[in-house]
Write a protein of this length. Structure first.
Lengths: 357, 357, 357
């Protein structure tokens, strides 16, 4: 691909893509600015990476319009845009090497149950297990060793990497991606305590419903509902090792980072961001666009859209930061308190001397 | 099932089940009170759900004796009991749809090692691997893709969902359920530091023993002991993504919620509750009926039965809540301190003026 | 093995191994000192276990030179060394029972792709999937159900337990051990936010590189880089359920305990220790030999080697412990403040009485 071709490609998505330098050079691969070589394209979106421009060997760097590129090495060309990061992300898609998760067609070793409907252009990998009455949409990819229990539905164009498990009844939307080791639809953690201290299992009779355009990372678990559905809304992105308990509803375009845990019957709004290792207690609700900081522990509902939360128990970000700063001032308070105590003692001593004078 | 049949069923387990309304209606499915339709049964166990009784279409609702049901819609019948939640849980079991984890019999594609003993009524799914000298009790279900290394024992009536892994020597009791992706008996995390900064692996020679009636969620890990056994007591319930390290002992009927982590050589008593994302440091002991709050970090033993713990490092609940409230009062303390400081200054100024007068 | 043979074996690694008692007894197995029986060997490395020496039935106990062993039972012999724990660890390796992860050779049921290179002495278990163009070094063990996508390289003498998944392009060093359920090389969690609140996936084009002598626990996830490599250095030891995000570099001989999470583009130095459930925010750097306490949340870089960190946000251990102690003194401060307030009021009352006198 030449630099001119890259400019033309980016102009489909972005206004005013300005080329500085030689447009005929060939670009073969993307690279980080720290290590880019001749024939590679990189980007600088952050001031602190501008320094690498003086030494990079990259053939092409995508930068912001404001970068004065004339000062840099003549071997490097530049494309100036308004949002270099997004432009680079779009460009990356041109360089993706084809990844084969499973060859097209149904592997001879796959186990396909009774009454299964399989669309066109489907790939089902070695040793995959598709249970009775499952439906696999067009162009789906089911990786090797992935297990669908009975009555699972995959929408068109969805990809399950190897060794995913979907329990019976799981409904997966279109263009969904689920990475290896994730378990969708296992029983919710519901046990009724008995008077002798033991527990009786509460049957978990619901399912999991996953909307279109969802991506789920590796080794994540999403439990089926006790009744009804655990719902993952359209466009939700879930990282690795996340726990989503039974009966939760996650709003559209919400993002959940690694190792976060969402307890049972929680409702998370749309376009929320739950950072890594955060935890949400059961039966609470978060409004749209709520942001939960890493490791925060949310213990109650926050119904005002767009709040940022932090700490344990989680508080609005500004209050919590103020509280934390206040706590850091306790040492100074203690010193002041001790000084006042001394001064008080002196004053009282004087008073009492006067009294006895 | 008619409402009269449901009443008769519940009377086997509960005293004084009182029917109000038509007992001849058919009930086909359970549902949540918010969404129940004609032909469905639901329950209200909590005051805040009583409001739904004015609008529900449910054919049957299970309520507490104290609920004045006459005011509600004539289409709905009621069963009044002492504990509506438990009654509903028992009733749910009548509605469970049959779930096929693996058909009865040994799948032709399963790999069965030498010297394996298999009981009656066993199901072993596609591509399951049963290592040499394993014993599978009567009526066990071994899901597709589940791997038992050699010398594993499953007690009668146990169910391993697809893609469980049990390392060599794992002993599983009766009526145990293990969900997909869990790994039982992997090596404990034991490495001896060397003077050059590297580590030598400490052989992990023990096993994991799981008692009767244990349930283990998805993607949980329980490590084998260095020597002897990591022991999960009878009736323990473990959620998803939980870590139980080598040489732990978990007492009977203890419950461990998702993403909790228990370090090596910890002893947890009976009927404890470890909430989500809590962590226990190594080599400590918790007495029976200890309750550990979500995200708490327990750093030492608590030997008095029945304590509730919270915070990092975890403290008895009441002390910790008092401490947290105290911290929230620091802002007010600071204001008071500043006022006292001003007043002190004024007093001293007066004094010094007197002195110079 | 006789006690004399054990002494001779240990003398290969340790200076001055002193035998007290009968050297001819047979020792058949290792055991914990609390439960050791005749024919077993144990050790005491910690003062608080010395008490068990008065009652143990062990045939041999390894102790420190300073232990006065003459007072103990005549049935027990002793080996006195400088470091009883390390001596016992080395001795354990003599007792390890052979564990069969997969028999030598390629299982008939394994699926081997095109252009795969397989070394000598390799074991590939039942239903394992080895993708196109993979290279498997000499003496590697690939457990049942383990899946290697295409272009994966395993160095000599590496062991993948059953049900490991390595995505395309993963490079694994020599003598590496990966436990069941771990997923290496899944896509990094990278999505570019769009103006309508949805996200576009950022292609994850890099790989994971794992150095020699690394051990990785069960159900851990290590994501591939966006570009370039996520790097796990030589000798790193990683526990279960750990998350290592895209583009991280973990220095040699660093240890990461269970459920710790490392966000994207983090650089961890050599010989660091990250304790359980700790979290590191993205794009930060930790110097060599940094120690992060359990559940700590590290929010910025610490560039001085050898620091210990604790708390949220993580601070140097000493500062943080001082801070925590200071916070525990807030109750006392409050009392003092209230007393001063009363005294101030009294003083001012006196003053005002004087004024009006």
């Amino acid at each position: 691909m030449t630099i001119l071709q890259i400019r033309d490609y980016l102009q489909q998505f972005f206004d005013s893509v300005e080329l500085v330098g030689d447009g005929e050079q060939q670009v073969l691969a993307p690279a980080k600015i720290e290590s880019a070589k001749v024939g590679e394209v990189s980007f600088v979106a952050n001031e602190k990476y501008v320094k690498f421009l003086t030494s990079t060997e990259a053939s092409l760097v995508i930068v912001h319009h404001s970068v004065a590129v004339d000062q840099f090495l003549p071997g490097t060309s530049f494309l100036k845009v308004k949002d270099p990061y997004s432009a680079f992300v779009f460009l990356l898609q041109k360089f993706v090497k084809p990844r084969v998760i499973a060859p097209i067609g149904i592997a001879a070793s796959a186990s396909i149950g009774d009454g299964v409907l399989i669309g066109e252009g489907v790939s089902i990998g070695a040793f995959a297990v598709v249970g009775d009455r499952c439906t696999i949409g067009n162009n789906c990819v089911v990786g090797a060793h992935t297990v669908l229990l009975h009555d699972v539905v995959l929408g068109d164009d969805s990809t399950l990497f190897p060794s995913v498990t979907c329990y019976d009844g799981t409904m997966v939307g279109k263009r969904v991606v689920i990475h290896s080791g994730s378990v969708i639809g296992a029983d919710g953690f519901g046990f009724a305590p008995q008077s002798d201290g033991s527990y009786v299992k509460i049957p978990q009779m619901g399912i999991v419903e996953i909307g279109d355009d969802v991506e789920i990372g590796a080794n994540t678990t999403i439990d089926r509902a006790t009744m009804g559905s655990t719902v993952i809304g359209r466009g939700v992105k879930i990282d690795n090792l996340v726990q989503i308990a039974h009966n939760c509803t996650i709003g559209e375009d919400t993002v959940i980072a690694s190792q976060a845990g969402i307890s049972g019957s929680v409702t998370v709004g749309r376009q929320c961001v739950i950072a890594g290792q955060a935890g949400l207690a059961g039966h609470l609700e978060l409004a749209d666009r709520t942001q939960v900081a890493a490791q925060a522990g949310v213990s109650k509902s926050f119904m005002l859209p767009g709040m940022a939360l932090r700490g344990y128990p989680a508080q609005p970000m500004r209050d919590q930061l103020k509280h934390e700063a206040m706590l850091r001032s306790v040492g100074a308070m203690k010193e002041k308190l001790d000084r006042l105590d001394r001064e008080m003692k002196e004053l009282k001593d004087k008073e009492s001397m006067k009294g006895t004078a």
